[in-house]
Write a protein that binds this ligand. Structure first.
Ligand SMILES: C[S@@+](CC[C@H](N)C(=O)[O-])C[C@H]1O[C@@H](n2cnc3c(N)ncnc32)[C@H](O)[C@@H]1O
Length: 237
C-alpha cells in the first residue's frame, strides 16, 4: 500500500494548551479519546513529556506512546516519527499527535506533518487548535493584549534578544516573545531602554510545577526556563 487510503485514517495534531489540564478543549479531549493511538513528543523513551503529562491528567487511562525528539538530531527524529505515523496510517489508524499550545504555532507537529505529506501525499492531516501560552499569561496576569487597531507581533528570541528591538519600534504594537527564557535579563534591559518595561509580564512554566507569573521588572534577575513567555503591551493607549 502506498497511500493512506482507508477512510478513517488520519494524522491529527492536537493542541493541549500550555500546561493546565483544564485548558484542553472539549474537542481535543474527544479527538484524543476517539483516536486509535496517541503519540506525544518526548526527550527520551523514559521521560514523560509536557504534552503527555497534560493528557494523562485530562484524559485518565489514555495510553500515550512517546516519540523521541533529539534536538541535536532533529531531522532524524522527525523522519523516524513520520515513518511511525505512516505505518499507522497505512493500516487505517487515526493518530492523535499531542503538542503544547497550538499545533500550528512553533510546533514539532508541523515538521512531522510535512514529512508525512512527502511520504504519503494523499494522507488526511488535520489539526485541533489549542490555547497558547501567551493567552494563558494574559489571563493570569490581567494583561489586555490588544485593543481597537493595535497590532500583535509574535516573535522568538531563539537567536538572541536582539530580535526584540525591531518589534519594539512601533508603540501601537504588542509584542509576545517565545523561546526567550535564557535571555530574560538582557530582554529586560532592552525593554527598559525602549521605555517598554512597565506593564511587561513574564510567565514561566505556566500550569506546570515551578510556575512563575509576574512583571518582567521583578523576574529578570536571572534567566528563566525554556518554557517562558513575555508579553509587552502597546504603550499608546
Ligand atoms: C516550541 S514553542 C511551542 C509553542 C506552542 N505551540 C504554543 O502555541 O504556545 C515553545 C515556547 O512556547 C512558550 N510556552 C509553551 N508552553 C509554555 C508554558 N507552559 N509556559 C510558558 N511558556 C510556554 C515558550 O515561549 C516556549 O519557549
Amino acid at each position: 500500500m502506498t497511500e493512506a487510503s482507508l477512510p478513517s485514517a488520519a494524522l491529527i495534531g492536537v493542541g493541549v494548551g500550555p500546561g493546565d489540564p483544564e485548558l484542553l478543549t472539549v474537542r481535543a479531549v474527544r479527538v484524543i479519546r476517539e483516536s486509535d493511538r496517541v503519540l506525544a513528543p518526548s526527550s527520551a523513551v523514559d521521560a514523560v513529556g509536557r504534552a503527555e503529562s497534560i493528557v494523562r491528567q485530562a484524559c485518565p487511562g489514555t495510553r500515550v506512546e512517546r516519540l523521541v525528539f533529539d534536538m541535536g538530531q532533529a531531522t532524524t527524529s522527525i523522519d523516524e516519527a513520520a515513518r511511525m505515523v505512516v505505518a499507522g496510517l497505512d493500516t487505517g489508524e487515526r493518530l492523535a499527535f499531542v503538542t503544547l499550545g497550538d499545533p500550528n504555532v512553533y510546533s514539532t507537529f508541523s515538521s512531522v506533518a510535512a514529512r508525512v505529506r512527502e511520504l504519503r501525499p494523499g494522507a488526511a492531516i488535520e489539526t485541533v487548535p489549542g490555547i497558547m501560552a501567551f493567552q494563558e499569561l494574559a489571563s493570569r496576569s490581567g494583561t489586555v493584549v490588544l485593543q481597537n487597531t493595535e497590532r500583535l507581533a509574535l516573535i522568538t528570541a531563539l537567536d538572541g534578544p536582539a530580535a526584540l528591538d525591531g518589534a519594539l519600534d512601533d508603540p501601537t504594537q504588542a509584542v509576545v516573545v517565545y523561546k526567550g527564557g535564557r535571555h530574560l535579563p538582557e530582554m529586560a534591559k532592552r525593554l527598559a531602554a525602549a521605555g517598554r518595561l512597565d506593564g511587561a509580564v513574564m510567565g514561566e512554566l505556566l500550569g506546570l510545577p515551578g510556575e512563575r507569573v509576574g512583571p518582567v521588572a521583578e523576574a529578570a534577575e536571572g534567566p528563566a526556563a525554556y518554557l517562558a513567555t513575555v508579553i509587552v503591551p502597546p504603550v499608546s493607549r
